[in-house]
Ligand binder design. Structure first.
Ligand code: PEP
Length: 255
């Protein structure tokens, strides 16, 4: 049975005390969850040691980073390496988020190097892909997303792929309140799984978790997570309030 994952991407939000309160609120309301369900919290770098301390010893809930650098160490002012994150106790790294692709000009070659760095640190990668509105309007989203996955991940071997989760995040749905329909999500998630199967075989494709991201909320999570190829969500805005994030976790548990 593949893992179901709900991951929080706090982006550049919350002061330290606010982050601590949010994690406490999540822990207080966490439902009992089965072995194959996981929750990831990816705060800003500054919060990471605090979040790790708060989650210490608690099962099924992990600390993630929103990014890592493509090099191991060196003269890269303002950056944080995967090795540093791993040493601090980070277990998941989000790589390839559309905001980093767009605002930081992160291209596929750079993202492939970041994936390698994260895997070298024995961390699990949440690799993001997704199309802008003009690609969806032209109905070429499958090709667009397949190219992002091929360029970012297909240099990996099959054992390495076990440490990859894919997050499909249509850019037109991120932070816009406009969510993909469950039909749209299922269609492209199935296509992503087929793309993985063609390269790595049916078993690897069956085992990889594919998350949906883009205006996911407690009110739409159950319908999205009920799709056969949707294995949870990457959550932005709704992850900043304990009650909303818990509602999405509950939708994963019940799916
Ligand atoms: C995201 O940025 O990963 C995201 C899914 O954001 P939101 O949930 O706010 O659309």
């Amino acid at each position: 049975m593949r893992n179901k994952i709900v991951a929080a991407n706090w982006k550049m939000n919350l002061k330290l005390s606010e982050g601590a309160n949010l994690v406490n609120g999540i822990l207080q309301g966490m439902p009992a969850i089965s072995e194959n369900c996981k929750v990831v919290i990816a705060p800003p770098y500054l919060h990471i040691t605090q979040t790790i301390a708060q989650l210490k010893g608690i099962e099924h809930i992990f600390t993630g980073a929103q990014n890592c650098h493509s090099e191991n160490s060196g003269a890269y002012t303002g950056e944080v390496s995967a090795a540093m994150l791993a040493d601090a106790g980070v277990q998941y790294v989000i790589i390839g988020h559309s905001e980093r692709r767009e605002y930081c000009n992160e291209d596929s070659a750079l993202l492939a190097k970041k994936v390698n760095q994260a895997l070298a640190g024995n961390m699990h990668v949440i690799f993001c892909c997704g199309e802008p509105l003009e690609i969806r309007d032209a109905n070429t989203q499958n090709e667009h997303v397949a190219r992002q996955i091929e360029e970012g991940l297909f240099h990996l071997d099959a054992p390495q792929l076990k440490n990859i989760t894919i997050a499909y995040e249509p850019i037109w749905a991120i932070g816009t309140g406009r969510v993909a329909s469950s039909g749209q999500a299922q269609e492209i998630h199935a296509y992503i799984r087929k793309t993985i199967a063609e390269k790595y075989g049916a078993e690897a494709a069956d085992n990889i978790s594919i998350l949906y991201g883009g205006s996911c909320k407690p009110s739409n999570a159950a319908e999205l997570f009920a799709c056969a190829d949707v294995d949870g969500g990457l959550i932005g805005g709704a992850a900043l309030k304990a009650e909303e994030f818990l509602g999405i976790i509950k939708a994963m548990v019940d799916s």
